[in-house]
Design a protein around this ligand. Structure first.
Ligand SMILES: [Zn+2]
Length: 434
């Protein structure tokens, strides 16, 4: 695929029916996979037809039912925190310790080169694994906002042909009620970012939300909140965000991440919240790996709660649901490799998305692309860029059973080198002493 001239056929590919942009009348399997031939021409998908023997031998690659997906979309990440584990370990695995460790690490180490190289490392992993678009939260208190957002913009520019990058400001919502918060909102507008923050239950939450919605409306910004990342049934920030959106008749996009406490609330509260979330047109992103790591973590006790929000009920209600990486090798999550296939695999197992698979593959492709305002990403259609991942797995059970580290990644019709960056690249940073 790399040196082939501009035109070739990928024959007998299994593709999810839900990711095809037009209904081409091809029957699908019980897992909703269609057997198709794709013609790639000049970096784009030129044709998608039902699998047939009807093409010239010379320019065809028989995939023998291997699954082909559009490149992934990683909707919620923290690239600025990534890969600091070796110098900022989470000693007890709890959320509170993670927060303290990350703040201390930022104060000591987060100068421009440190932030640049760790974000770049994350991008190299994402690129090799087949991700096309990433939204990252950026810790944005005080001077760190200037440092990290400038680094972000540099990398956004440098990677523009490879990965579409979006930045969200990450502060607690009370910050927007200070002069520094207004400066931050202006900065986010200037760089074309998304206004974001962590909503915590507190007596001033409604007033903080009012401020944030007004700032976003004045600047025509979309919103992205961290909400209810805990197991406290009294934590109903998601509901309060929805009420604020309705109160302000907000027309921009709103995304809420985590929403873990929804899973431990009464059916009545859940029903009420879901109705409001639907009415407010809020999308939800669940972070299954990080939430499995942090939620229900208690000394000596075995965890029994999985940490994910009510993804199935949300989807039943017609609310867009996505899954994403969240943190990677930092105090909030000690593992990860920016591989969205791993995210999907974990989501399937944790939230039982295999009975049946339905169109859950949308949750790491089409749905997050829509929530990022990228209608041409995360789908398979004629005229779209040929940004594809070709797996060895032919069915979901094969795709999700064995590591697919040997996948082929095609970008604009060309096969890319999928070598992952070596951990040693960051040794001088992560093993450094201040
Ligand atoms: Zn997060």
């Amino acid at each position: 695929m790399s040196d082939r001239d501009n035109c070739y056929w990928l024959k007998n590919a299994h593709v999810p029916h839900s990711l095809l942009t037009s209904n081409i009348g091809i029957p699908s399997t019980s897992e909703q996979l269609c057997l198709v031939d794709l013609e790639i021409k000049k970096g784009k998908i030129n044709q998608i037809i039902a699998a047939t023997d009807n093409t010239d031998e010379s320019d065809r690659i028989d995939l023998k039912k291997r699954i082909v997906l559009p490149c992934f979309v990683d909707l919620h990440t923290h690239l600025d925190k990534g890969h600091i584990w070796e110098r900022a370990r989470n000693q007890d695995g709890t959320f509170d310790t993670a927060l303290t460790a990350a703040i201390a690490d930022a104060e000591t180490y987060w100068h421009p080169e440190d932030v640049y190289r760790r974000i770049e490392f994350g991008l190299k992993c994402s690129y090799a694994h087949g991700t096309k678009a990433i939204r990252t939260h950026i810790d944005a208190y005080g001077k760190q906002a200037d440092i990290s957002l400038e680094v972000f913009q540099t990398l956004q520019q440098q990677w523009t042909d490879k990965i579409i990058l979006q930045a969200v400001s990450l502060v607690s919502l009370d910050y927007y009620q200070t002069p520094a918060g207004i400066v931050l909102a202006d900065k986010i507008q200037k760089i074309g970012g998304i206004l974001g923050g962590v909503a915590y239950e507190n007596p001033a939450l409604d007033s903080q939300l009012d401020t944030v919605f007004v700032l976003a409306k004045e600047r025509n910004l979309d919103l992205d909140f961290h909400a209810d990342e805990n197991g406290d049934p009294n934590s109903i920030c998601l509901q309060k965000i929805a009420l604020a959106a309705i109160r302000h008749q907000f027309t921009g996009k709103i995304l809420c991440g985590h929403c873990c406490s929804l899973a431990v609330q009464s059916e009545e509260v859940v029903r009420e919240t879901l109705e409001l979330v639907k009415q407010a047109r809020i999308g939800i992103v669940s972070l299954p790996m990080c939430n499995l790591f942090l939620q229900d973590r208690q000394a000596v006790k075995t965890p029994y709660w999985r940490g994910v929000t009510r993804v199935r009920e949300l989807q039943e209600q017609g609310i867009p649901v996505a899954f994403a990486s969240d943190n990677c090798r930092d105090p909030f999550f000690g593992f990860g490799d920016h591989d969205v296939l791993e995210v999907f695999e974990q989501a399937v197992r944790i939230a039982h998305l295999d009975t049946p698979y339905r169109d859950w593959i949308d949750s790491v492709t089409k749905t997050p692309a829509q929530l990022m305002g990228l209608p041409h990403v995360g789908r398979l259609g004629v005229g779209l860029s040929a940004d594809l991942i070709i797996f060895k797995g032919r069915y979901f059970s094969e795709l999700l059973a064995r590591s697919q580290g040997d996948r082929l990644v095609v970008r604009q019709g060309q096969q890319i080198d999928t070598t992952l960056p070596d951990y040693a690249e960051l040794d001088d940073l992560v093993f450094a002493r201040p």
